[in-house]
Ligand binder design. Structure first.
Ligand code: ZN
Length: 296
């Protein structure tokens, strides 16, 4: 019954979307209306679009982005978007179901299409926003789309993009420089979110949970991880701000590891946003903690 209702609402939404007058950017006093699926893409849209775009996220601040399901109201709002930017690579399980019906194909940007993806055992790692080069590439696509919709403000978008790119390149160089002399080549993390960081800066992740934080490990896997920890003489285990699997606590209890935060930036909390934190400041904090585990 519930499924039927959802189906009917979807049909209704599609019909409304099809009959409403083609909206142009000039109708929108707020500027380009950009919907992003979650925080890192919102960050890019905000930085590049500045005052000329109104950026929104589907996953509300403070909520874990894995397995988020948007409400019907949110899907309805999405039909109003001038641009919809999503991660792809199976990160948003809901996108495939709605992408053709809710968002016209030419309005959507699938970020993963522009990235060098990690594929392991046939499974794509969706955490591509943790590779700074990917952020620079996706930013370029967003910049060009803004210019397409609002050519008269081309210079503004170009300058914002150059500014952001410069900060991302600087951050990337800082990571390369400060992680180059490692005493340890692996870190223990709560879920398998850091493959892109690990690839770019030359270390390995030992994840407690899988690609999604709710993929809890078997007792055997936990035993294996604890054994690895003893062998490798790790001092730290990394937890996350939003979602950390219960089993991480078990490992902390079984070992003498000190807990540090490594934020996969799958979302920010309301408080983080209000205190002026963003993708770059959190990546800087991540670097400080990575250095403790890998270098110092
Ligand atoms: Zn994740």
């Amino acid at each position: 019954m519930k499924r039927l209702l959802v189906f009917l609402i979807l049909i209704m939404l599609v019909l409304t979307a099809c009959t409403s007058k083609e909206k142009t950017i000039n109708d929108n006093e707020e500027g380009i209306l950009v919907y992003t699926s979650f925080y890192p893409l919102y960050f890019l849209a905000e930085e590049i679009g500045g005052d000329l775009v109104e950026a929104k996220t589907i996953v509300p601040f403070g909520v874990d982005s894995h397995d988020y399901e948007p409400s019907m109201d949110q899907l309805k709002e999405l039909t109003e978007a001038d641009i919809f930017i999503y991660n792809g690579a199976n990160f948003e399980s809901w996108v495939d179901k709605i992408i053709d019906s809710i968002v016209e194909g030419n309005k959507a940007i699938n970020a993963s299409k522009y990235c060098d993806l990690i594929v392991e055992d046939g499974v794509v790692d969706p955490h591509l926003w943790l590779d700074l080069e990917n952020m620079i590439e996706v930013g370029l696509v967003i910049r060009d789309r803004f210019i397409e919709l609002d050519e008269k403000n081309r210079v503004y978008y170009e300058e914002n993009y150059e500014n952001l790119k410069e900060r991302l390149v600087k951050l990337d160089n800082k990571y390369i420089e400060e992680l180059k002399d490692k005493r340890n080549d692996s870190i223990i993390v709560s879920h398998k979110a850091f493959g892109y960081l690990a690839r770019r800066y030359g270390f390995n992740q030992i994840p407690v949970a899988g690609i999604s934080p709710d993929q809890e490990p078997s007792p055997k896997t936990i035993a294996n991880i604890i054994e690895l920890i003893d062998e490798k003489k790790h001092d730290y285990i990394f937890l996350e701000t939003l979602a950390s699997p219960k089993t991480v606590e078990v490992i902390v209890e079984e070992t003498n590891l000190e807990v540090l935060v490594l934020n996969p930036i799958e979302n920010l909390t309301e408080e983080e946003i209000e205190s002026g934190q963003d993708y770059i400041t959190i990546m800087e904090k991540n670097l400080e903690n990575l250095k403790k585990a890998l270098v110092k």
